[in-house]
Ligand binder design. Sequence first.
Ligand SMILES: C[S@@+](CC[C@H](N)C(=O)[O-])C[C@H]1O[C@@H](n2cnc3c(N)ncnc32)[C@H](O)[C@@H]1O
Length: 235
Amino acid sequence: MSSLQKKVTNTVAAPTNTGGGTKFGLAWSRLYDAITWLFFLPLGGDNRLRREFIDFAAPGEGEHVLDVCCGTGTLALLIAEKVGASGRVTGVDLSPEMLSRARRKLGRDLPVLFRTGDCEKLPFTEAAFDKITISFGLHEMAAPVRQNALREIYRVLKPDHSLFIFDFHLARAVLPRLVVTASMRLFEDEDAYRMLAGDTLAREIEEAGFTLGPKRLLKAGVLQMLRADKLTLVP
Ligand SMILES: C[S@@+](CC[C@H](N)C(=O)[O-])C[C@H]1O[C@@H](n2cnc3c(N)ncnc32)[C@H](O)[C@@H]1O
């Protein structure tokens, strides 16, 4: 089997997020944890789903993990339990209000840092992280923002390491598909729906330079977990 040196053309277009914010302001930050708790209850519960995602991403002792679009920090705080005192978790989000909520939840001894930042222009050096996670963040972005974000994530991830994505999925079965379609149409915008339709997300991930890894569908296919690898050698 021959190996080719992967040519990574990881140029990030000019940031498109000129508004300087997301819809996740003060009101959302106050209600966010309660809303997600309720929303995920029929799917097994917020905490259990996040722990399943953590099992999928398998953060190890001593790793430095970046959680992009960390919101109120729930996932980052759970990851911190896995990386231990020798590891570190950095949570980055564009919303200062969501981050201030996250900081309030942060216990003194946890190795977690929450930083304000736009995922179109991540405030980190190249190849800084062992693992990167993003949960329910990508569908919130307009397509050009998401494409820039994926390229930025690729840049700050170490070579031969992986990005782990947790998001909604357009299930095949009629009823679950209807539920996801309705949720996207009611609560999100056309870009969110398009991201889930067909192979849009997979294509965008590959265009950013990643090689697609395993995908896990959960809860009748309404949720997906994806691994995307930053490989230096492509099989
Ligand atoms: C639906 S919330 C998900 C929060 C968290 N990851 C979770 O699993 O609950 C989406 C988050 O993405 C953040 N976000 C949206 N666009 C962003 C951007 N361009 N850069 C950084 N964060 C962004 C929002 O501020 C919000 O906190």
